[in-house]
Each structure stands twice: as structure tokens, then as C-alpha cells.
Design a protein around this ligand. Structure first.
Ligand code: BGC
Length: 770
């Protein structure tokens, strides 16, 4: 599977060739981010070859007009897009009047290294210009993890082959556009530029949404290591700002610029005076200096790795793959701001609009629950809490009443942005994932208080939605949910999707149970929830209980499986083995009509439900369902194989679990789907983490205890991971002979190892033979 363009290394991604035809791919792979902003690995010097310029600022969006075939009532007016923000990476280099441009020079040496341990990107190359002059360049950049509004670049060029004039000119540009814009509209307006002394800034405002971004730079030049202060000019146009050093070079001279950048957004600062503030911030960065900034950045990364690393021994490609995934997840979301979330492509491309999907709750939350402080996952939950009012409005637009909430399929600010009816109106299972995340958060963290403060309001609103979305079928004498799309988007408008129905039932039950718990625990808090939600504890609860006890869940008795939806067995029964490999992926070879009628499943659907509620089913039931659905699943969503992998490991089918794990482990690094140019699959990266920790590690949280049931793939000699339980870190190391658990915290951790219960005291280590 590995066509690796990158050298094997445990901590680094190393590219050793200049391949212009894969330039966009590398721009995605080497992208940097720090939760607050992100940057594709665009070259600093001008590049006239193919490139996707990408500079992103968290939390801002543009409401792009939607494109639909036929307008339907209830569709949202816009699709939120993350705008390509004012660009700050540019540094022009002109040698004797000729612009350095790798598309026009002869590139003799090229090397790009992403050091994931340090969050540092280094690029070096040797280019021969048409004049015969040779430019040797080393560029280093990082987006600070410790100072999230700042970034720094160090760019050094050594010129060989004679003497002459070199101009090194860092610039900022607010005249940017998006490739992914439905009407080719520009997303920015009111661009301006200014400079003051050594500093310069550009400011731009998004059209319609009026987010303002101020981007500033201060530059420090050296020649052969000595600071240069003369022959530096600053200028500002309407939308761009330039700084430039002109120098008479001799053969072998090295000119270096350190570019200190600050990016401020009106989501965090008053608009008035933002340019000045950004310039002051860039100035402070310059005062601190590149090395000192880098030092604190590296320390911030070290803290993340200390708690979130997975170490795999005996398989360097796997080690590199999982670290890449962990690195990207940490670059995308740091959890300090409850207004931010994790788009499927993070800060690495424009696709998916940078918006929030159910991916966050269903796939990504467990990663942050286990690898970060509790407040990080709590902020992901608060994000949805803050959108509750909009989710209620969204449901009201569709005809639901009485505070029922339907969270959007895709959103930036709580409003629905998706507008394919079969997803917008029908893929309602997303509501259940948001409820499930509350449960998942509480079982991990023990933060029961979240229920009274925020959680129950969300649960009640979602339960109200389910209660209204169900209807009683006289025919079946049961409650049914009609006209839905399950996680399997290869079929729409189905009735009684098992996954949706089971989630609806579970949400209602969890809400009823949580209310009962709160009533017992604190009358004051209970009454406060009731008054905030105006819940009718008689009528509403009795309807919810009726649905819980009498919702229809399709099963196939002879096969002993849950049925994906009504009528699934009427389809021509085939398995993936019957497919011609030349016709895969189906979505690129078959008509949509053929896909919809086929038995083939895009991604885990019934199995997604079994994954969530695994403890409710016996091993044999899980096995039957797994065998049936795995053989029909084409895994054409990158979110899919990891869930199947976790279940295969649960069934102790290690080989299958490993094969499925491999489908996600290096998905982007090795570009299995030939689409990495558009950006990385950030949310499915969390799935890879799940397949190791929950899959091979068998980690579960049950009844206030960490359960472990580890297995190890044959290709690995050992692996280890750290998880947090109630914020207490626990290290688990597995090899072929034993499992070693170390309590890294100051509190006892209740454990269960293959169902044998034990308590590990503070700092205690235990080795258990396998
Ligand atoms: C998947 C969805 C997912 C979306 C964003 C789609 O291909 O089917 O489940 O939410 O991608 O990752």
C-alpha cells in the first residue's frame, strides 16, 4: 500500500525531490497550524507553478451562496466557507533583477522536512537561475503553539557564481481569493495596508460576515550573520505591504531575513486599532527573536507529545503514520476556545468549508478526551451548547415545535449550511452523536456537573426532536422513523435505519435517566433545568418512555443481524468480493442510481451503532453483524475503516483489524485516495488513533473504570499509549508477552485488565503477563 514519497523516520516527514506535479499534495502534507490559524506549505519565494495558496484563520467564514438544482423549503441560504485569508508567508528574492521562482529555475537539490516533535518546517534547495547564479536557500517556519497569534519564518539565501545586486523582500497580501467559491466571488473587501517604521500590516474584512483580520510583520535582516539596518525600504499599496532589503552581494554571501508575523482576528479583538495592535505584536515577536520564540513553541509541543504520543516499535512506517495523525489533530484544535471546532480538512485546504460535522462528536472527541486536559473536550461540548438556540430555530424551520433541536449537518455558527435534501433533512442521526458525546465526556471525565449546567438542556432539546420525528405506525403497532439517511450516504430516504432508531431510543433513555439522577441528587438543580427548558415532566416524559419501550428496530431473525433499514434484504445480495476492482471506488465509476440501489455501504452504519453500544450486545451478535456488514462495506468514507477495525479487534480478529487499520494509518501520507492535494483528512485521523487505543489496546471506560484488553499486530514488536482517565494519565505498553501499565498521576486509577479488576496507586506500575 505504501508508495511513500517520504523517507521513513519516526519523527519527521522528509521529502527529497522537487516534484512540481505533486506540489499541491506536499502543500497539504507539510501544512502547519496552531489551533488559531493554519498555513499550507506554500513556498515563501514567488512560485508561478501550480499551487493552492492557503492561509486560514480559525472561526471566520464567508456565507457563500449555495448552488442547488431545485430549491426546497427549509434549505439554508448559504454554505459557510473558510476564506483563504491574507497571505503572510511571501518573501520575494530578486538576484540581479531575476525573480527566484522554482518553476523557472533549474532545481538541483530540494529537501523539505517537517519535524513533528518540534512543529517546525524546514525547506532547503539549490536553484540555478537563468543568469547562471546559484541560490542556496534554507527556510524554516513555525506557527507558534505558545503564542497562537504569531508565526515566524527564517529565510536565508546564499548566492554563488559572481557578484551583483540582491533584493530580499518580505510581503503581506490581502488580495486573495478562494478556489472553492461557488460564484467566483471575492470573500474579502475593505482591504488596506500601512506601515510604520520597520513594521507593516494589511487589514481585510470578509464580505457579508464582516470578520476583520489584521496581519502584520516586522523583519530583521542579516548579511553573513551581521545585522543590517540600511537600504531597507517599506511600502504599502492598497492591499499589500512590502519591505525590502537591497544589497550588493559578493560570491558566497548569505542574506537572511527573519520575518515575524502576527495575525489578529476580530473574533478576539476590537476592530478599532487592530492593525496597530498586530504591528505591535509582530514587534514584540521580533524583540523576543526567532530562537526564543521557537524554544517556547517546542516546549508547548513537548507537553502535547508527553501526554498524547503513541510509540510503535518494529514498524517505522506505522510510527510515522500515527505521529503524523496526532500531530495534525493537535495542530487543528487546541481546545482553548469553545467557539472553535474541527473541520474535516482542518487548516489544510478549502474543501468542506472548514466547518463542523458530526465527525467531531462521533470520531474525534475520544482523542481529546484521552490526550488532553478535561477542559479541551468540555469546550467541544460547549460549542454545541452555544449553538442550541440555533439548533432549535433550525428544527422550527422544518416544522418542529416546543424547543425541539436539530443540530446542523454542517455548520460554522450553529446555522445549517448543508443543502442536499437527503442529507440536510434526513441525515438526522447527527443529533444522536451530539447526545452521545455528552455521555462519552461524562464517563471519561466524571464531570457529572456538566449535565445540570449544560448537558441536560441539549439532551432535552434533542429528545424532543426524536419524540416528534417518530410516528406511531398502526401497521406495526410500534414507533417508526421514516425518511432518513443513515451514516451510509449510499442510500437515502430509507425508513427505520437501525442506527438512527437505536440512537433515538438511547438518547431518550439517557435523558430520562439523567433527569431522574438529577432529581435525586439536587432538587434545586433539577428545578432549574425544568424551568430553563419548560419540560413537562408528566406528558413529555411519558411519551418518551413509551417510545423507548416501543420503537421499531429492524432485525433479520434468520441471519441473526440488525437490519440496516426496512427492505435492505430486498436488494440484490452481493459482497465486496463480487466487485470488479477496476470499478472501485464505486463513487467514481458507477452512476448514483446504481449506487443507491446496490447493497454496498459507504461507511459503518449498523456497525457504527454497535461500536457505540457494544456493551449491550453479546460477542456472537457483534460477530454476525460484523461479518455481514464488513463484507458489504466499500469504506468510501475515510471515517469508516477505523470503526470496523475497532470491532474486529474487539472480536480478537487481529489480522482483519490490522488490515482495516492500514487503510487509514497513512491515508494522507501515502495518498491512497489521490486527493491529498485538497487537504488532509483531519477528522478521520482520530479514527486511526481509535483503532490503536480502543482497537488493539481494547481501552474502554465502563462503570468508572478503565478497561484494557490489548492485542498486538504481528508486524509490531511493541506499542504504548497514554490515556487520561478523570484527568489522570495512565501509560499502557503492550508487547507480545506482557502488558505494562503505569499510573503517571498522583491519584489511584481503577482498572480492569481482561475483566480482572485492580486499582493502580499513584505512580504504581504493574506488569501483567499475556
Ligand atoms: C461522510 C460523512 C462525513 C463527511 C465529512 C462524508 O464523506 O460520509 O459521514 O461527516 O464526509 O467528513
Amino acid at each position: 500500500m505504501t508508495d511513500s514519497r517520504f523517507q521513513s523516520d519516526e519523527w519527521k516527514i522528509i521529502e527529497t525531490r522537487f516534484e512540481p506535479e505533486r506540489g499541491r499534495d506536499s502543500e497539504s502534507i507539510f501544512a502547519l497550524g496552531n489551533g488559531m490559524m493554519g498555513q499550507r506549505a506554500n513556498f515563501e519565494e514567488r512560485y508561478s507553478g501550480d499551487t493552492l495558496q492557503g492561509t486560514y484563520v480559525a472561526g471566520i467564514y464567508y456565507p457563500d451562496k449555495t448552488v442547488v438544482g431545485w430549491w426546497k423549503n427549509g434549505y439554508p441560504e448559504y454554505f459557510a466557507k473558510v476564506p483563504n485569508a491574507p497571505s503572510w508567508t511571501g518573501i520575494d528574492v530578486k538576484i540581479d533583477g531575476e525573480l527566484l521562482d522554482l518553476a523557472k529555475c533549474k532545481v538541483k537539490v530540494f529537501r523539505r522536512v517537517l519535524d513533528m516533535k518540534e512543529g517546525l518546517l524546514t525547506r532547503s534547495f539549490t536553484a540555478v537561475m537563468s543568469s547562471g547564479r546559484v541560490a542556496e536557500v534554507t527556510a524554516r517556519r513555525f506557527l507558534s503553539m505558545s503564542e497562537p497569534e504569531r508565526a515566524a519564518i527564517s529565510y536565508a539565501v546564499t548566492i554563488r557564481g559572481g557578484s551583483g545586486t540582491v533584493e530580499v523582500a518580505p510581503w503581506l497580501n490581502a488580495d486573495v481569493y478562494n478556489e472553492d467559491a461557488n460564484y467566483d466571488e471575492k470573500f474579502w473587501e475593505k482591504e488596506s495596508a500601512e506601515y510604520d517604521g520597520l513594521r507593516a500590516a494589511v487589514v481585510a474584512q470578509t464580505r457579508k460576515t464582516a470578520f476583520v483580520v489584521a496581519t502584520a510583520m516586522e523583519n530583521a535582516f542579516t548579511v553573513n550573520g551581521k545585522s543590517v539596518k540600511s537600504n531597507i525600504a517599506l511600502s504599502a499599496g492598497d492591499k499589500t505591504a512590502h519591505c525590502s532589503l537591497t544589497y550588493q552581494y559578493s560570491d558566497g554571501d548569505t542574506v537572511e531575513v527573519k520575518k515575524y508575523v502576527a495575525v489578529l482576528s476580530s473574533t478576539n479583538h476590537p476592530v478599532e486599532g487592530m492593525a496597530r495592535k498586530a504591528m505591535a505584536s509582530a514587534g514584540e515577536a521580533a524583540k523576543k527573536g526567532f530562537d526564543a520564540m521557537l524554544d517556547s513553541h517546542v516546549r508547548a509541543w513537548a507537553a502535547k507529545w508527553e501526554m498524547g504520543d503513541i510509540v510503535i516499535r518494529g514498524d517505522i512506517a506505522a510510527q510515522q503514520g500515527i505521529r503524523f495523525n496526532i500531530f495534525q489533530l493537535n495542530q487543528t484544535y487546541t481546545g482553548e476556545d469553545p467557539r472553535l471546532n474541527i473541520g474535516p480538512k482542518g487548516f489544510t485546504g478549502e474543501k468542506y468549508g472548514g466547518s463542523t460535522y458530526w465527525d467531531t462528536e462521533a470520531f474525534v472527541l475520544p482523542f481529546y478526551l484521552s490526550t488532553a486536559d478535561t477542559h479541551v473536550a468540555r469546550n467541544l461540548l460547549l460549542y454545541r451548547y452555544k449553538h442550541l438556540e440555533k439548533a432549535i430555530e433550525n428544527a422550527a424551520k422544518l416544522g418542529f415545535k416546543n424547543g425541539a433541536a436539530l443540530y446542523p449537518m454542517v455548520t460554522m455558527n450553529g446555522e445549517e449550511c448543508h443543502n442536499e435534501w437527503e442529507i440536510t433533512f434526513e441525515e438526522i442521526h447527527r443529533n444522536g452523536a451530539i447526545a452521545y458525546a455528552i455521555y462519552n465526556y461524562i464517563r471519561h471525565t466524571g464531570d457529572q456537573g456538566y449535565l445540570a449546567e449544560y448537558g441536560l438542556e441539549v439532551l432535552i432539546a434533542i429528545s424532543r426532536f426524536w419524540a416528534q420525528r417518530c410516528n406511531f405506525s398502526e401497521e406495526k403497532n410500534q414507533y417508526v422513523i421514516l425518511g432518513v439517511t443513515g451514516p451510509n450516504e449510499y442510500e437515502n430516504n430509507v425508513s427505520n435505519n437501525w442506527y438512527t432508531n437505536i440512537l433515538a431510543r438511547w438518547t431518550l433513555k439517557y435523558t430520562v435517566d439523567s433527569l431522574a439522577w438529577l432529581r435525586k441528587t439536587s432538587t434545586v438543580k433539577f428545578n432549574s433545568v425544568i424551568s430553563r427548558t419548560r419540560l413537562d415532566t408528566e406528558c413529555e416524559l411519558s411519551l418518551w418512555n413509551e417510545i423507548i419501550n416501543n420503537i421499531y428496530l429492524p432485525v433479520h431473525h434468520d441471519l441473526g443481524i440488525f437490519l440496516q433499514q426496512d427492505g435492505y434484504m430486498d436488494k440484490l445480495q452481493q459482497t465486496v468480493k463480487d466487485l470488479d476492482p477496476a470499478e472501485r471506488p464505486l463513487n467514481q465509476h458507477w452512476s448514483w442510481d446504481r449506487i443507491l440501489r446496490s447493497v454496498f455501504i459507504k461507511q459503518a452504519d449498523v456497525l457504527q451503532g454497535i461500536y457505540f453500544f457494544e456493551d449491550d450486545y453479546e460477542e456472537e451478535t457483534i460477530r454476525r453483524n460484523f461479518d455481514f456488514y464488513e463484507s458489504r462495506c466499500v469504506h468510501e468514507s475515510s471515517l469508516s475503516p477505523s470503526i470496523h477495525s475497532v470491532l474486529a479487534a474487539r472480536l480478537h480478529d487481529i489480522e482483519r483489524a490490522y488490515t482495516l487499520y492500514l487503510r487509514t494509518a497513512r491515508l494522507d501520507l501515502d495518498d491512497y485516495n489521490r486527493e491529498v492535494k485538497d487537504g488532509l483528512h483531519i477528522t478521520s485521523m482520530a479514527g486511526t488513533w481509535l483503532s490503536i487505543v480502543e482497537g488493539f489496546g481494547g481501552m474502554r471506560i465502563r462503570n468508572d473504570r478503565v478497561y484494557l484488553d490489548p492485542v498486538i499486530p504481528a508486524a509490531w514488536s511493541s506499542y504504548s499509549f497514554i490515556i487520561r482517565f478523570r484527568n489522570n494519565p495512565l501509560r499502557v505498553e503492550v508487547n507480545g508477552k506482557a502488558v505494562t501499565v503505569v499510573n503517571l498521576s498522583g491519584e489511584s486509577i481503577p482498572l480492569a485488565f481482561c475483566d480482572e479488576q485492580l486499582t493502580l496507586g499513584p505512580g504504581e506500575e504493574k506488569k501483567i503477563a499475556k
